[in-house]
Design a protein around this ligand. Structure first.
Ligand SMILES: [Zn+2]
Length: 212
């Protein structure tokens, strides 16, 4: 079953800007269900499957999982689905019955590299126009891998060109590395979405104060 990725890549810049301006406390806790009535999906240990993007399933997938006995309903919205012979409150929080292990190495994707580096250029800290830099340039044998790719703004990327860090005195603040899933989840907690339903908040541990 796929997790509906509510927060898409194009929202990253906005989230990052918000963070940069110190306005992450603008997350709003909604009393009414968010659009589409998605359910927050928890692992069997009642922690979110993912913080960023936040693990949300559309209500259709959530209801289907309830019928297949794959999840327990932890909290509900005040809205119903009805058929002539049946009615049910829509789940707002569900927990998987079977624990999904999260100790596999994370996928080497654009999103995960940005997330590891906090959506900031590793050279100057800018969140703008992020690209990827080969710290050791490809022309000098550098690979496209976790331990050689870093987030860099296009200015720094351009300035560095095909040179080694020592050749241009541009040293990344962090040496690229393969993060654990745990590390990425930890980073993800720095980027709360704009809106959370009140029933979700007990299961989320953001690093910012929530405006209740
Ligand atoms: Zn930069």
């Amino acid at each position: 079953m796929t997790i509906k990725k509510e927060i898409r890549l194009h929202n990253i810049a906005r989230a990052r800007t918000k963070n940069k301006l110190g306005r992450t406390d603008m997350t709003e806790v909604l009393l009414s269900p968010p659009n589409g009535r998605p359910a927050l999906v928890l692992n069997a240990d009642f922690r979110p499957l993912s913080y960023y993007p936040l693990s949300l399933w559309c209500w259709q997938d959530a209801v289907k999982a309830v019928f297949l006995d794959r999840v327990d309903v932890v909290a509900e919205y005040d809205s119903y689905i009805r058929s002539p012979s049946f009615e049910m409150k829509l789940p707002s929080v569900i927990a998987l019955r079977e624990f999904v292990r999260q100790d596999r190495p994370p996928a080497f994707t654009r999103f995960n590299v940005f997330l590891r580096d906090g959506f900031e250029c590793v050279y100057c800290g800018s969140p703008d126009e992020l690209t990827f830099d080969h710290v050791i340039p490809r022309s000098k044998g550098g690979r496209t891998s976790w331990d050689n790719i870093a987030a860099a703004c296009s200015k720094c990327n351009h300035r560095k060109g095909g040179r080694l860090p020592k050749e241009c005195d541009m040293h990344p603040k962090i040496q690229p590395y393969q993060p654990s899933n745990h590390k990425l989840q930890d980073m993800g907690r720095r980027f709360p979405p704009h809106h959370l339903h009140q029933t979700w908040t007990d299961y989320l541990y953001w690093d910012v104060e929530l405006n209740a």
